[in-house]
Structures are given as structure tokens and as C-alpha cells.
Design a protein around this ligand. Sequence first.
Ligand SMILES: [Zn+2]
Length: 100
Amino acid sequence: MTTLNHNYRQGRSGRPLARAKARLKREGSNVCWLCGRSIDVSLPSTSPMSWTLDHAIPLSVRPDLALDPSNHREAHRRCNSTRGNRTDVTWPKQANSRNW
Ligand SMILES: [Zn+2]
């Protein structure tokens, strides 16, 4: 039996999100979806390389997906904030590093 709680409007305290975070941090792959490197979950949240929950579709675009696990991604704090609110991210792929 599935009892899905669709009560997503519990104010701005972010408690449901905190739970989603804890779960993703525990059960996720702990790999940054922006740079592809692993994330050390033991780092304090003040560290630029610490674990954060990012949203694949920015909340500025789809605030209704704030708590949707399918929109949740793991990211370094630094990568997350570098990405900011841009929707189209193009990371340099070091195409010039070929030495023949
Ligand atoms: Zn990263």
C-alpha cells in the first residue's frame, strides 16, 4: 500500500526538504552531477566541496518541483553555487589538451 503525502505546502521551514536531503545523502551515489567527481559527505557544510542538494530544474523555473526526488541532484557546494541560477550550463571540456 502506498501512502504518498502530497502535503507539500508546509511553509518555508524546509523540513520536508531536509528529510529529502538526508535521504539522498545517505542513499545517493555521492557523485556531483555537475563535475562528475565524488563528494566527501563528511565535510562540514562550510566547505566549498561539501555535499549539497541541487535541483536539476531550478526552483526559479519550477518551484513546484522543490520536493520532487526526480528533480534532486547531488552536487558540491562550490559547483552548485557556481552554476547559480543559470539553466544552460556549459562546462569547458578541455578540448584543447590534445598533444599529438
Ligand atoms: Zn562538483
